[in-house]
Structures are given as C-alpha cells and as structure tokens.
Design a protein around this ligand. Structure first.
Ligand SMILES: Cc1ncc(C[n+]2csc(CCOP(=O)(O)OP(=O)(O)O)c2C)c(N)n1
Ligand SMILES: [Mg+2]
Length: 574
C-alpha cells in the first residue's frame, strides 16, 4: 500500500528468506535495540539467523529473568520490550512475566518457539500450548500458520503492544515457520478494523469535566500509570499548578508529579498517606487520570470517595465504571485529555480552604517511624538514606513486599519514568532483573534495585548478567530475614502465628556477590550504611549490599483488607 515499485522491490528483496531471517530483519525495521532471551531447540533457526545478522541479545540465566528485564526496559524507556524463548519450558517460564506485563500495561512482544506444525497436538518433545496458556494474560496472541503471514504478524504485534493501552503480545512460531522460505512478501500497512483505540477525548465530556472542576471546592487528582504511558507528566504538572488542585498517585503513578511538590499528598491506597486517603474520602470532585481504581487503591468500595463526582480519563473503556461509578467518563490518551483540559478556559476553583485543611493533615499525620539505634537499621531510614544520597534522581526498582511499600513511601522522585515496580501482579522476583533492563535502556543513569531478602532469591541467578556486562546496578537487599509482608499480616490478622515467614537460614550474600565477581557489603548500623551506600553509589561498578534491617518493623499506615480508606490503622506512632 502506497509503496512505490522501486521501494517495494527493495523491501521484497530484503524480506525474502527464511522465517527466522524475516524475524531478525523485521525486528531491525522496528528499531529493536535489544532482545532478552534464551535459546533452545525450537528457536535454533532464529538464533542461527541472529548469529548471521546480529541484534544485541542479552542472555538471561532464566526466561523469567529475561522477561522481567524486558519489562524494566519498557518501563523506563517507553519502548517495546522484546523477549525470545524456546517452546515448552522456555515459554512456560515466561508466563509470570507476561501476566505481570498485562496487569501493569507494559508493551512487550514475546516470541516463543513452537514444535513444528505437523506435530502440534501430539505431545511432541517440548510442546506446550502457549497460545491457550497465555490467552487470558495477553493483549493479543498469535500462532504463525503460514510464513507469508509472518511479516504482517510481527508488524501487528508491535503495533498492538505499544498503542492504546499497552500490553504483552505473544507470537508463537512453529519451527517449520522459522525454517520455511518466504517467496512472496507484500509489505502491508497495519490494518486492524477491530482494533482502533480512541485517543482523542470527546470535546463535550472535556467541557463537562472542566465545569465540574471549576465548580468544585475540594477537587483532587488521582494520577496513575496512564499519565506516564502517555508521557504527559509536564501537562499534568501544568494543570495541577495552574488550577491549584492537590494530587495523589497510585503505586504505579509515582513520579508523574515531583515527590516534593507542595500540591502532592503522597501515595494513596492500602499503604498510602493519611492525607491522601482522607482527601479521597472528603473530595467533591475526583479526577482520575490513567488509574484503574484497583482494590489496593480503593479499599472497601462502599467507603470510597463517598462525596465525589468522579471524572475518569482512561484509554481503555473497559476500565471506566468497572469498580467505581463514574459521572464523567472520558475515553482518551491521558496526554490528549490533559492538553484538551489545558485548552479550556477554566476558571480555577477556589481551593484555598481545602488546601489549608490538607496542609494541616500533612503536618499532623506525616509518614513516621520510631528510629532507635539499639534496634538497628529501620528499613524506612535506609530508603531515606538512599533518597538523600541520590537526590531523588535515581531509577529505583523494587521487588514485592514491605520494602516495596517503604520505597514507594519514602523515595521522592524528581523525574517521571524512574520508578519500576510490580503493581498489579505483585511478582516477587521482578525487581532485580527489571533493574538490569532499566540499566540497559538508560546506561548512563544510576539504577538502584531495592529488593527483599526472599524475593531476591527468586531471580538472583541474573547476577551473572551484572558480572558479564558490568552493568553498574546497585542491589540493596533489605534483609529483614523474613517474608516481611507475610509476617506483618500474620502478626496483625493471625495473632502472631508466623507460619513459614521467618527465615532462619540464608546464603552469605557478600560471598555470593564475590562469587559473581561483584563487590559485596554487609551493613548493620546506620553509620555503616551511610559510608557503604555513599561509596557504592559513587562507583561505576555493580555491587550488592546486604542491609540488615529490623525484623519486626511494620509498614504503616495501613488500610486493613475489607476496610475503607477512612479506617486507617497505624496513622500515629504512640
Ligand atoms: C511469586 C510470589 N510468591 C509469593 C508472594 C506473596 N508475598 C508477597 S510479599 C512476600 C514476602 C516477601 O519477602 P521479601 O522479599 O523478603 O520482602 P519483605 O516483605 O521482607 O520486604 C510474599 C511471600 C508474591 N507476592 N509473589
Ligand atoms: Mg524480607
């Protein structure tokens, strides 16, 4: 379509070849800089084509490591992460990462090898029905049936993964397709009549939203990851400042506004600040931009934003009204909607009284902890130290658990796109490989991976990548010698019956680092932490710090499961 004959000939020439060769060539045309993968029988033709026509390939030590690295890469670069794995166990090892990317709307194209078409369905060696397995956890998936379809499918896969609400797309490639010869290539534009994401907001809805905000006395913005996916942090800031509207974030929306901005109330939700959660309870207009009102954010829906007229901007119409009744739905890209709102001649609401009451809450009920030298390092102190030493400029990845919540609470981001965490799926094992992908995407920036002692052990084999590539990722293990978040729930909701959550035997993490030719440190006091973190963060080499923290510390404040945002516990230290 629209390609002149000469160009067409060049394209066709280029794309004549085996399916495997077409894949590599198409990836180059998509601008792919790096593939995260792991070889095996069903993808040998692809690895051979890669050998002859190289694209940077990062050999993770486990497919789960590869896909979380691709997620980290996508999160901090805004580009589509590319993964390649073999059939059967290679493909099934990707499943957790695919589900993770689906829930957190990350653009991935995942290529899996498959047994030859002739033996599909016969329980052939290393056969797994990855199409069936991933159908509910992908934005879309394909099995290539004819080599003629392959170039079109690759193009569509990248288009679907990265447009609208981003998400993972799986392309399953039977071995006869990689080996098959394509003789008749037609370069088509992507044409998907059934997939037309709405990016432009409806003008009348924008007017309604503008009016509601003008008439409001207690407006509140809830900004989610949709703002970051739309690269719209500067528009968000302009809107917030122009109209003096206070703002809170979801876990994944952190960084969309400066963590120290005077209109920022901190994160909302289960471990959100008292001020943010109370603001949700009291606001009269709640403008949700690119957040999906998930249950960790809303708490008990019966008590969620009871006084608010809800405006919800989301590129995915399925999210609007799913959990929270919405007065003004706006289906659009968050950036387009914000620009449309900025173009409205809105009279700014009078928020003076509202802001004063929120400021009073901030002063009265800040995030707090009780430091005590005798007890040792509190994880909150360690995160504050990391923040101080990096000035809020680092890319921070976390794993899942208490340390994740403390990082969300205490690391104040100066920039968007620097926060990498597993929100929707809450995947232990995510944080460390994600840091590798982030460092590869932004090689000149400081990447700190804050992980739990347990979650780190789920994917620590990727230390090999730090060793091999000398990636200067700083791994900080918040070592409370427990499955801290599980232990906290057992303490609070199961009368301190610590079933399988206290860890008595651990590897020597310092020796482990040394085994991978990485500098390893152990710190047990804040004085040691101060000195070691400083030296480590200034170095251009990878390192691992075993930071021993107080075991019995809890994340507060908290909205207990089933409770409303108005019923937080642990708001004030006694
Ligand atoms: C793959 C996986 N398995 C189990 C869980 C449940 N889970 C959530 S937090 C947590 C404890 C994590 O311990 P650690 O990594 O040491 O972090 P901490 O909470 O101590 O900071 C567990 C088991 C999970 N989120 N993911
Ligand atoms: Mg732990």
């Amino acid at each position: 379509m629209g390609v002149n004959v000469e160009v067409r000939e060049v394209v066709e020439q280029k794309l004549k070849g085996s399916g495997a060769e077409i894949l590599i060539q198409s990836l180059k045309e998509q601008g792919v800089e790096v593939i995260f993968g792991y070889p095996g029988g069903a993808v040998l033709p692809i690895y051979d084509a890669l050998h002859r026509n190289p694209i940077r390939h990062v050999l993770a030590r486990h497919e789960q490591g590869a896909i979380h690295a691709a997620e980290g890469y996508a999160r901090v670069s805004g580009k589509t992460g590319v993964v390649l794995a073999t059939s059967g166990p290679g493909a099934t090892n990707l499943v957790t990462g695919i589900a993770d990317a689906m829930l957190d709307s990350l653009p991935l194209v995942v290529f899996t090898g498959q047994v030859a078409s002739t033996v599909i369905g016969t329980d052939a060696f290393q056969e797994a029905d990855i199409i069936g397995i991933t159908q509910p956890i992908t934005k879309h998936n394909y099995q290539v049936k004819n080599v003629e379809d392959f170039p079109r499918i690759i193009k569509e896969a990248f288009y679907i993964a990265s447009t609208g609400r981003p998400g993972p797309v799986v392309v399953d490639i039977p071995k006869d397709i990689s080996n098959g010869l394509l003789m008749n290539y037609v370069d088509e534009e992507v044409n998907l009549p059934g997939y037309q994401p709405t990016t432009q907001p409806n003008y009348l809805q924008i007017q309604k939203a503008a009016l509601a905000i003008s008439n409001s006395r207690k407006p509140l913005i809830l900004a989610g990851a949709g703002v970051l996916a739309a690269k719209a942090a500067s528009e968000l800031r302009e809107f917030v400042e122009r109209h003096n509207v206070p703002i809170t974030n979801t876990l994944l929306g952190l960084g969309s506004i400066d963590g120290n901005h005077n209109l920022f109330l901190g994160m909302a939700g289960m471990h959100g600040t008292y001020t943010a959660n109370t603001a949700i309870c009291e606001c009269d207009v709640l403008l949700n931009i690119g957040a999906r009102f998930d249950d960790r954010l809303t708490g008990n829906l019966a008590h969620f934003a009871p006084n608010a007229k809800v405006i919800h901007i989301d590129i995915d119409p399925a999210e609007i009204g799913k959990n929270v009744p919405t007065a003004i739905p706006i289906v659009a890209d968050a950036g387009e909607a914000l620009r449309a709102l900025l173009n409205q001649d809105i009279e700014s609401p009078d928020t003076a009284e509202w802001l004063a009451s929120l400021a009073a809450n901030k002063t009265e009920y800040p995030l707090q902890y009780k430091a005590d030298k005798e007890r040792g390092i509190l994880p909150q102190q360690a995160i504050e130290l990391i923040h101080r030493l990096t000035g809020g400029d680092a890319i921070v990845t976390t794993d899942v658990g208490q340390h994740q919540m403390w990082a969300a609470q205490y690391y104040k981001f100066n920039h968007p796109h620097n926060w990498v965490t597993s929100g929707g799926l809450g995947t232990m094992g995510f944080g460390f490989p994600a840091a590798i992908g982030a460092q590869l995407a932004r090689p000149d920036e400081k990447v700190i991976s804050i992980v739990g002692d347990a979650g780190f052990q789920m994917t620590l084999q990727e230390l090999s990548l730090l060793q091999e590539l000398r990636l200067p990722v700083k791994v900080v293990i918040m070592n409370n010698q427990s499955l801290g978040m599980v232990r906290q729930w057992q303490e609070t909701f199961y009368e301190e019956r610590y079933s399988q959550s206290l860890i008595h035997v651990q590897p020597d993490f310092v020796k482990m680092a040394e085994a991978y030719d990485i500098a390893g440190y152990k710190v047990e006091t804040m004085e040691q932490a101060e000195a070691v973190f400083k030296e480590a963060f200034e170095s251009n080499e990878p390192c691992l710090i075993d930071c021993r923290t107080v075991q019995m510390e809890n994340v507060y404040p908290m909205v207990a499961p089933g409770k409303g945002l108005n019923e937080m516990i642990g708001v004030k230290n006694e």
